[in-house]
Design a protein around this ligand. Structure first.
Ligand code: ADP
Ligand code: TRP
Length: 331
């Protein structure tokens, strides 16, 4: 039986950190065995903020390396850049824009938030962001879309578009459904909120950090504020100690139990405990970093060219069907 089609857009922005990797990326990549997956780097979407051409190109390469190092299989899935099928995507985007109600776009909370934050750059592309996203999904007749909570509203708009389009032109598209990302939120090393790249560099672990840097960052991490002396008992719980909270994601159960007993009994201090945490994190990152370092730019170009061929094939079929349904004929 044919596997259901899954589409997932990847933003080419910023450095990948442990939170992204552990909280989102790993789960998304697990889906590639179950579905016929299309993973694409949304370089056209990123133009809303006018990145410098050199840095856009560099970011695309870097993020492609991240996903491949994390286990994306470019043979099994289709992995490409959105712009490499620009003709099909932009054409479909235009057709979809004709049925998308403008009011919904202007009321969209992500749009309003961005417009408020950057009032000097409220461009047409920003308003139409969800329509372009719908085109990404529908160009392959995607049925499933893994998304974080913040993207649900965009997916709802894609569903609105499908309903309106199908009403006018027949059952062309399936209504895409979300696969909600698990709600794991890796805490920041600073103890304030989730790990995020918009935090100070010392508050997150980049997936590219060396063993020494990981050790240094973890050594300075916020721990249990009530434990001032080593001979004091600690509070090894998620609420009581940020370092323990981090351990729960990255350290095996047996070591975790030992830490709990030893911390409560004041048999280990925070420095030792942090050193165990940095070992656990290092064990997770090392294979990723090693694999990533071996990926050359030329290899990435080949992978993305393969992805483009596969994505072209699928998207050209759909766009031909769409034109016919609309009543557009290529002479
Ligand atoms: P950042 O806050 O670093 O800018 P993004 O907003 O770019 O992160 O998030 C990219 C993806 O990574 C999203 O799917 C988001 O849910 C996930 N993510 C970001 N930070 C964390 C975290 N600390 N723990 C788990 N998942 C995270
Ligand atoms: N808007 C998504 C984000 O900010 C990225 C994206 C673009 C996407 N096109 C998509 C996600 C299509 C899923 C499907 O993360």
């Amino acid at each position: 039986m044919a596997r259901e089609i899954l589409t997932s857009g990847i933003r080419p922005t910023g450095e990948l950190h442990l939170g992204n990797y552990y909280g989102a990326m790993k789960n998304i990549l697990e889906l590639q065995n179950k579905y016929q997956a299309y993973f694409f780097i949304v370089d056209i979407h990123s133009l809303t903020t006018h990145p410098k051409p050199d840095s856009l190109m560099r970011n695309v390469l870097e993020i492609a390396k991240d996903y491949l190092a994390a286990g994306l299989d470019p043979e099994q899935s289709t992995f490409y850049t959105q712009s490499s099928i620009a003709e099909e995507i932009c054409e479909l985007h235009t057709y979809l824009s004709m049925v998308m109600p403008l009011g919904d776009l202007l009321r969209c909370p992500t749009f309003k938030e961005k417009a408020k934050k950057h009032p000097d750059n409220v461009n047409y592309g920003l308003v139409g962001y969800p329509v372009l996203m719908a085109a990404d999904i529908l160009i392959h007749k995607g049925k499933l879309v893994p998304v974080g909570e913040d993207q649900l509203v965009h997916l709802e708009m894609a569903r609105t578009i499908v309903r309106k389009f199908n009403q006018l032109y027949g059952e062309i598209f399936p209504e895409p459904r979300p696969i909600i990302e698990n709600a794991v939120r890796i805490p920041s090393l600073s103890g304030k909120g989730k790990m995020s790249k918009s935090d100070l560099a010392n508050s997150y672990i980049s997936m590219k950090d060396s063993k020494e840097i990981i050790h240094e960052k973890v050594r300075k991490a916020y721990s249990d504020p009530t434990r001032v002396y080593k001979h004091q008992a600690g509070n090894p719980s998620k609420e009581g100690c940020n370092v323990y909270h981090l351990h729960t994601y990255f350290t095996d159960q047996e070591t975790l139990n030992e830490i709990q007993v030893n911390c409560q009994g004041a048999a280990i201090g925070c420095i030792q405990c942090k050193s165990l945490l940095s070992n656990s994190i290092q064990t997770l990152i090392e294979p990723f970093r090693d694999k990533r370092e071996k990926l050359t730019d030329d290899y990435i170009y080949d992978v993305l060219a393969l992805g483009r061929r596969k994505a072209k094939e699928s998207s050209q079929k759909v766009i031909a069907e769409v034109r016919k349904a609309i009543g557009l004929r290529m002479f």
